[in-house]
Structure formats: structure tokens, C-alpha cells
Design a binder for this molecule. Structure first.
Ligand SMILES: *Cc1c(COP(=O)(O)O)cnc(C)c1O
Length: 377
């Protein structure tokens, strides 16, 4: 604890009040630039009211009261999973309580000692934990360095029954993107390679139907484990995998965070389905989000803050935690709630302000933010 404090890495839970896209902390009102509500749907009261029209108050269930394998498998699960597999055009879909469950459960369920996992160095902590819980051997490759990955595949694929390449599509801390077409090509060169892609930050945001990067690149069918979450752009909670039927059957039987937990509240599942049905219609929001991301990135680059970001997640790397903290404080004082991200979430010496843009942020708000960052420099 003492060390964490000395290093400016000690964390506390903030107390805040939400008002639409703004938050109020200690009486100060700020634009929330730290939310994953990428399409602004969590604050869309018109959408919420439309949803309540579709359910009868006396039928609303806030608990499923059991594991899905016992009595928790409400009809709303079947409806959501059918909708997912029809939208993605896959044989099957399976819903989980959250992305953390999905990522800590899927790999341990499908791996054994004859599995090799090749994981990007920067994959999310939930994937790291899943890898640790699995029996597979794991090698991490340098972030998005596919020539290294190709060498690893070539060297090792014959010694294992299966090789699973694990990546995010849009990376959560840098906002950059995996090269899915290249990974698909690599997979197709070998008989025993499987792809696992986490689209937590891309679903809702990418693809003409809002289904993520795999949709945008036309490679949904080439990804064996296509995982996404409902807690970010979809303004709900839970997570999914779209996959072949055999994988779904396997997970239902083997995946501990699927089996040993109470299912999601049926009302949450209904809301998720409701939002999913609207997802294709949000192309204008996706375009605006991309445009403000481009604008902010270009302005930061001009100020010497370059990054690999290509998405709504725009990092401003400050270096030391103390510097990041100080910049964040200054931004907050001027009405922008952007948070510093520090080790161990990001590597030592790369503490940063992580701007997480949402579709309800206006062009004017982005310009004001840019002018403040300019003043700071
Ligand atoms: C947020 C996130 C998760 C966890 O999802 P939850 O539903 O919040 O548990 C998993 N993977 C990535 C890449 C994420 O950003």
C-alpha cells in the first residue's frame, strides 16, 4: 500500500452523480470522457421509454434466480442467442454474465496440455486470467507484431494439437486495431490454428451493422471464438460468443463461469435484444464518433502526442504517473472528466490520459477540449 501511494498508483473508488453525458464530482460538473457508452445509448431516454413499452411491468424479472443449467434459462436467453446468431450469420451464440466471465472461462474450457496459446502482449486482463487458468502453454507476441507471430506459428504448430491466436480487435488502452485479415490469412495456411478475437470496444462501433471489426472486414466466419460484450456500446451488461454449434455445446458443459453462476436478469436480456435490433440503424452515430476521434487525434498529434489509435479510444501518453495525474486534474478543473491510466493497467512509464469518446460528444465540446490541451502544453 505504502509503495502504491509513493508511486502515485494507489486507487480509490470515486463517488459520482450521473446526469446524461455529464458527471458531477464534489459539486463539479464535467463532460464524461471516461465512459464506454460509445454510442451514447445509456443516456438515450427515448430509447429507454420505447423499451418499457415492450414489456409488461408485472412480468419484469430482475433475477433469473438460478444457473441456466437449472431453472435460470428464461425464454429471453433463447431470443437473444437466436438474434445474435442470425445477425452474425453463425451456427450458434452463447451469452455470458459479463466479458470477464467469458474471457476467464472460454480458454480453460477448450484448452488442454496439447494446446498452444499465442496471445498479443496487450490483451485485456480477463484474457490473461483465462490463459492462466487453462492448461495450455502460452507465448505472448509483441503487440500487433505479426512477423513475430508468424515465426512462432511456423516453429511450434507441429508440436501441438491446436494453436489458438488470441487478440482484441480494438485494443482498450491504445485504441489501435489488430489486423484481422492478416490473422485470417495466417490461420488459413495451417490446419490446426484457431482465432479468438475480443471485440469489446468494437461491437456497436464498427461494421455497417455495428457488429464489430469482423463484420467490417467480412471475416466473421473465419473467427472461431468471436467474443463481445454488452456493457460498452450496447448500454447493457453481459457478453457473448458467436461460434460453431460444437463450441457452444462444449462451453455449456465445460465452462465454469458459465455453469457455476446465476444467469442474467431476464429484463437485462430483453433490453440487450432490444438494443441489438436497433444497432444497424446507428450508422450516423458511428460516423460522428469516428469523425470526432479523427479530429482529437489530429490535434494531439500536432501537439506532439502521437499514438497508434484509430478509434474512439484516444490516449495521450504523459509518461510518469504523477504527470498523468496532474494533467487529468487540470482537465477536470476545466470540465472534462478524463482519467489517468496507470500501471499495472498499462506498462511502466506509459501512464496516460485515456480519452474515451462517445457519440453524444459534440464537435464544439471536442474543440473546447483541444483548446485546453493546447493551453497545457
Ligand atoms: C471491458 C472488457 C472486458 C470485460 O467485459 P465486462 O463485461 O465488463 O466484464 C473484456 N475484454 C475487454 C477487451 C474489455 O475491454
Amino acid at each position: 500500500m505504502k509503495l502504491l501511494k509513493e508511486q502515485n498508483n494507489f486507487r480509490i473508488l470515486p463517488t459520482l452523480i450521473h446526469q446524461g453525458k455529464e458527471v458531477i464530482i464534489n459539486g463539479q460538473r464535467m463532460l464524461n470522457l471516461s465512459s464506454n457508452d460509445y454510442l451514447g445509448l445509456a443516456n438515450d431516454t427515448v430509447l429507454l421509454n420505447a423499451f418499457w413499452q415492450t414489456v409488461k411491468p408485472e412480468e419484469v424479472k430482475f433475477s433469473s434466480s438460478s444457473s441456466r443449467l437449472l431453472t435460470g434459462n428464461f425464454a429471453a436467453y433463447g431470443e437473444l442467442e437466436d438474434l445474435l446468431s442470425s445477425l452474425f450469420g453463425t451456427e450458434a451464440a452463447l451469452v455470458f454474465n459479463c466479458g470477464y466471465h467469458a474471457n476467464t472461462g472460454i480458454l480453460p474450457a477448450v484448452c488442454n496440455t496439447k494446446t498452444l496459446i499465442l496471445a498479443d502482449k496487450l490483451v485485456h486482463a480477463s484474457l490473461i486470467d483465462g490463459i492462466r487458468l487453462s492448461e495450455a502453454k502460452c507465448i505472448r507476441y509483441r503487440h500487433n507484431e505479426y512477423s513475430q507471430l508468424e515465426r512462432l506459428v511456423e516453429t511450434h504448430h507441429k508440436q501441438y494439437e491446436q494453436v489458438i491466436i488470441v487478440t482484441e480487435s480494438i485494443f482498450s488502452m491504445d485504441g489501435d486495431e489488430a489486423d484481422l485479415p492478416r490473422l485470417v490469412k495466417l490461420k488459413q495456411k495451417y490446419p490446426n490454428i484457431l482465432l479468438y478475437v475480443d471485440e469489446a470496444h468494437a461491437v456497436g462501433v464498427r461494421g455497417t451493422g455495428g457488429l464489430g471489426c469482423a463484420e467490417a472486414y467480412g471475416c466473421i466466419a473465419d473467427i472461431d471464438f468471436l467474443v463481445g460484450t454488452f456493457g460498452k456500446a450496447l448500454a447493457s451488461s453481459g457478453a457473448y460468443i458467436v461460434c460453431r454449434q460444437v463450441i457452444r455445446d462444449y462451453l455449456i458443459n465445460k465452462m465454469r463461469p458459465f455453469i457455476f453462476t446465476t444467469g442474467l436478469p431476464p429484463v437485462t436480456l430483453q433490453w440487450t435484444s432490444f438494443v441489438l435490433r436497433h444497432l444497424a440503424g446507428y450508422q450516423a452515430k458511428r460516423e460522428h464518433l469516428a469523425a470526432i476521434g479523427n479530429r482529437l487525434r489530429a490535434a494531439l498529434r500536432e501537439k506532439g502526442y502521437s499514438s497508434a489509435s484509430v478509434s474512439q479510444i484516444v490516449p495521450m501518453v504523459a509518461g510518469e504517473s504523477a504527470t498523468a495525474l496532474q494533467i487529468a486534474k487540470e482537465l477536470q478543473r476545466k470540465g472534462f472528466y478524463a482519467l489517468p491510466v496507470r500501471p499495472p493497467t498499462v506498462p511502466e512509464g506509459t501512464s496516460r490520459i485515456r480519452f474515451s469518446l462517445t457519440a453524444d460528444v459534440t464537435d464544439e465540446e471536442v474543440e473546447k477540449l483541444i483548446s485546453i490541451v493546447n493551453d497545457n502544453r
